[in-house]
Design a protein around this ligand. Structure first.
Ligand code: URA
Length: 238
């Protein structure tokens, strides 16, 4: 996306703003019941800015609030509002959007993959709270072959250095000798790297594939981002 403002289809806007179904919203638009500013718009597919002045039957309607984005985080950028040394993931967004959103659960500078951003503090709090136990799945390349009982030890919980509680059960899938897929349900500092360190191994590269049921969009190149779709948002609200 390259415009500085988020846009969406008018029927989607009307549906989200009023609770009408997408189909009903389309009918209302075609029946000339919807204005954008002074213009009567009859095309449900017309793209409008998320903060457009939209009127339905002459009453102003607006989105319930909340900007929800997914980003394909590239390596080398930090997850922070600002950093004295490095570029941050927020530098990838248009400035006015960057000022509006915050990062939901950080990834290390060298970690790539799915990052969520929002302006909805309650939502990000729920997603990152340990009570919620939201699953996060990573692909990891390891420096050496895995110990034979790694799956069991991930499932049982590992004691990480300088911590007092073991990790929650996590799932490990061997893809090759040195490549694994791992799913964790909490978000401790450098958690995945430290879990493999506890098995005397080392993570060479780490890539987040999904958070809950939301999977990184294969169409997004590193550094790319887009709005979450309604179905994705609904799955994370579930
Ligand atoms: N675990 C890590 O060790 N690093 C990340 O970036 C994410 C999870």
């Amino acid at each position: 996306m390259n415009s500085s403002k988020q846009h969406m289809r008018l029927d989607r806007f009307l549906s989200q703003a009023t609770g009408l179904s997408r189909k009903q919203a389309g009918i209302e638009i075609r029946r000339r019941q919807v204005r954008v500013g002074d213009e009567l718009v009859r095309d449900p597919a017309r793209h409008v800015a998320v903060d457009a002045a939209v009127y339905w039957r002459d009453a102003p309607v607006s989105l319930p609030g909340g900007v929800y984005l997914m980003m394909h985080k590239p390596a080398g950028l930090v997850c922070a509002r600002r950093d004295p040394l490095h570029s941050t993931v927020l530098d990838l967004l248009p400035p006015e959007l960057a000022a509006q959103v915050h990062i939901v659960g950080r990834l290390d500078r060298e970690t790539t993959g799915l990052l969520l951003l929002t302006d909805d503090g309650d939502w990000s709090h729920r997603l990152t709270s340990p009570r919620h136990g939201c699953a996060k799945t990573y692909l990891a390349d390891l420096a050496g072959p895995l110990v034979p009982d790694a799956e069991r030890r991930f499932e049982q919980g590992l004691m990480l250095r300088s911590e007092t509680r073991p990790t929650r059960p996590a799932q490990l899938q061997r893809l090759t000798d040195c490549r694994v897929r791992v799913t964790v349900h909490e978000g401790r500092y450098h958690q995945v790297r430290r879990m493999f360190a506890a098995l005397d191994n080392r993570v060479l590269s780490l890539h987040r594939e999904s958070v809950g049921d939301v999977v990184l969009d294969a169409e997004l190149p590193p550094g790319g981002w887009r709005l979450l779709r309604d179905t994705e948002l609904a799955s994370l609200r579930g």
